[in-house]
Design a protein around this ligand. Structure first.
Ligand code: KIV
Length: 265
């Protein structure tokens, strides 16, 4: 089994092979996803929503991401591990951004980091890339900017936003990022960006024309409750069977049916 590197991802773009990325936050899911052959495991700051029950990603800390990254790395054999840089870990100064990116690599054992922002983050992405930490960019709907954007809204719908997002994508590439996430933008704009850039684009709510696709694993598995944005495809609904199993356990214990002799010494 050959380990995925950032060079493989570039080759995949160059040969037209689609890239797959899913979020992972813990050992058991990371093991399953890696065994299935997903190319990239992302320890997203969506950990805040998905695992910690926060309303948004803003309270997530570098220590939170390190904790979850370590669990994922333990299980991973093949996939590339990318750790998200949380809010305020890279916005204050380039020095702090380099230090925090370094912590995700050194303490979390990630192989790359992801951060949100385009032109405004060009210098930060360049500085981190120059110390040999591969950076994945992230533009379009950037959840850390929720208060500026006034909610989770599709970006790049009018001409000035469209031009801005193309400029952002070019800035991320110029700064040395090895790939870029395009979130919640019209599919034709994602196509244009994907054709313009030489680095791979990975879409979420950005249509079919990106070089790869990413989703949050709990959305894929139907474990996100009522939360179901248009761009999510739920491949299975696990809430029902999980509840069924737990209810069966509770009932059998209460009725004295578990454990049986077979489960006893
Ligand atoms: O935090 C996250 O999970 C992400 C992906 C949705 C791209 O940034």
């Amino acid at each position: 089994m050959k380990k995925v590197t950032i060079l493989d991802l570039q080759k995949m773009k160059d040969t037209g092979e689609k890239i797959t990325m899913l979020t992972a936050y813990d050992y058991p899911f990371a093991r399953l996803l890696d065994e299935c052959g997903v190319d990239i495991l992302l320890i997203g700051d969506s950990v805040g929503n998905v695992m910690m029950g926060y309303d948004n990603t803003l309270p997530v800390t570098v220590d939170d991401i390190i904790y979850h990254t370590r669990a994922v790395v333990k299980a991973r054999k093949r996939s590339l591990v990318v750790a998200d840089m949380p809010f305020m870990s890279y916005q204050v100064s380039i020095k702090e951004a380099k230090r925090n990116a370094g912590r995700l690599i050194q303490e979390g054992e990630a192989e790359a980091v992801k951060l949100e922002g385009g032109e405004s983050m060009e210098a930060v992405i360049k500085a981190i890339s120059e110390i040999d930490i591969p950076v994945m960019g992230h533009i379009g709907l950037t959840p850390q900017s929720i208060h500026r954007m006034g909610g989770y809204k599709v970006q790049g719908k009018d001409e000035s936003q469209r031009q801005k997002l193309i400029a952002d994508a070019l800035a991320v590439q110029r700064a040395g990022a090895f790939s870029i996430v395009l979130e919640a933008i019209p599919l034709e704009l994602a196509r244009e960006i994907t054709q313009t850039l030489h680095i791979p684009t990975i879409g979420i709510g950005a249509g079919i024309n990106c070089d790869g696709q990413v989703l949050v694993i709990h959305d894929v598995l139907g474990l996100s409750g009522e939360f179901r944005p248009k761009f999510v495809k739920q491949y299975v609904q696990l809430e029902k069977p999980v509840k069924q199993a737990v209810n069966d356990f509770i009932r059998e214990v209460r009725e004295g049916k578990f454990p049986t002799r077979n489960h006893s010494f």
